[in-house]
Design a protein around this ligand. Structure first.
Ligand SMILES: *Cc1c(COP(=O)(O)O)cnc(C)c1O
Length: 380
């Protein structure tokens, strides 16, 4: 079976020098020297001159801590967290961990994300304590637009940009002084482009806000063992930072390899005339490749046909966001969503197909792509 994604994390030899530093320091968790070094390198990769990073145990922990740092826990006056349904289920679960009731809002047909202009007139904004904006497949939302939204509406905004590390790095290269006005949470899970196994981070220009993030991730403690605020244990360990530092050592090589892999794939796609039906890096994160069945006729039927062809060829495929979070059994049947026509359509239209993290054999990568494209060519 060809897996829908094959992750590649740093090899043991690349991690070993960092593990030896842990042996020497004797510090294993609680913001030790490797976590500190990892965060400072992430500052320059993702924050430029204008923002900083606090690491977390997972992307989900990063989202929850960002919510606590900017909105605090839910209250009777502000019980709702507005969010898209077209996202990974963790977006909603992180808000629930902070006491909020998710309220699902439809996404924009072009960007697949919430729209900071349209949301201003949503009736549910009244009882909303926080808006959690998701970056679909790593496509970065309009950070400036959401910063203005937060200022104008007085509502806290958190961006779940779990898979957006590449887009954030490009943003900083283009505009190193651009502030990050609302907290942005990123996942460093094995399946994301920059991976340390399990991990996450919050990127933000607000220094005291980041202190509140760090406090939420450490039982509400900051500088003393007294709980000052809502919190939990969401800290990154020194061991995960060791893997993360090794991943950063290989980051430049990985980026070049992603560009090479996609240049080769683009040639294959063009030769077969499949361009309009594929969504790929750099439009989305390099860990995803999507088949877009389009809008004309019966896209759901085309998607199902492709899924069957891929099954026959023993190629894994995945609806990365299922049918939308509102259709997950745990959320189904609750009073908690607007009408979601765009979400429903996207969920049937976009199918995740295999792509590999670069670093394996080129010939093997191309052979996998060729098998996937063969199956696509059999879809009318
Ligand atoms: C991966 C992902 C998460 C969860 O991140 P973890 O590190 O697995 O906790 C949350 N939201 C989105 C959109 C994701 O893609």
């Amino acid at each position: 079976m060809v897996p829908v994604y094959r992750a590649r994390l740093p090899a043991a030899e690349a991690i070993l020098p960092y593990l030896r530093q842990i042996d020497a320091s004797g510090q294993y968790s609680n913001r030790g020297p490797l976590v500190w070094a990892f965060e400072r390198r992430l500052d320059s990769l993702l924050g430029g001159n204008a923002a900083h990073v606090v690491s977390a145990a997972s992307g989900t922990a990063a989202i929850a801590a960002a919510i606590l740092a900017t909105a605090g826990p839910a209250s009777a006056a502000a019980p709702l967290a507005l969010m898209p349904s077209y996202t990974f289920v963790a977006t909603a679960q992180a808000a629930e961990l902070c006491g909020y009731r998710p309220w699902f809002v439809d996404v924009d047909a072009a960007g697949w994300a919430l729209d900071p202009i349209r949301l201003r007139t949503n009736p549910q904004l009244g009882p909303a304590g926080v808006v959690v904006v998701a970056a679909p497949y790593g496509r970065l939302p309009d950070i400036e637009g959401w910063t203005r939204f937060a200022a104008d509406t007085g509502r806290a905004v958190v961006i779940d940009a779990a898979a957006s590390v590449e887009a954030l790095a490009r943003r900083v290269e283009a505009t190193p002084d651009a502030p990050v006005g609302v907290p942005v949470a990123v996942s460093l899970h094995a399946t994301k482009p920059l991976a340390c196994g399990e991990g996450g981070l919050v990127l933000w220009s607000d220094r005291t806000g980041l202190e509140r993030v760090a406090r939420a991730l450490n039982f509400g403690f900051l500088g003393s063992r007294s709980a000052q605020s809502a919190g939990f244990n969401g800290k990154m360990s020194e061991y995960h930072a060791a893997v993360g530092l090794a991943a950063l050592d290989g980051w430049g090589a990985r980026r070049s390899a992603v560009a090479r892999l996609h240049a080769r794939m683009a040639r294959m796609i063009q030769a077969r005339g499949l361009g309009p039906r594929l969504v790929a890096w750099p439009d989305i994160a390099s860990c995803y490749l999507l088949h877009d069945a389009g809008e004309a006729g019966d896209p759901a039927a085309r998607t199902q046909t492709l899924a069957r062809r891929l099954d026959e060829s023993r190629i894994e495929h995945r609806f990365w966001y299922g049918g939308g979070v509102h259709r997950e059994p745990v959320f189904l049947g609750r009073d908690g969503c607007d009408a979601l026509p765009v979400t429903e359509a996207l969920a049937m239209r976009l199918l995740g197909i295999p792509v590999r993290a670069p670093g394996g054999g080129d010939a093997e990568d191309e052979a996998v792509a060729a098998r996937v494209f063969d199956a696509m060519e059999q879809v009318p």
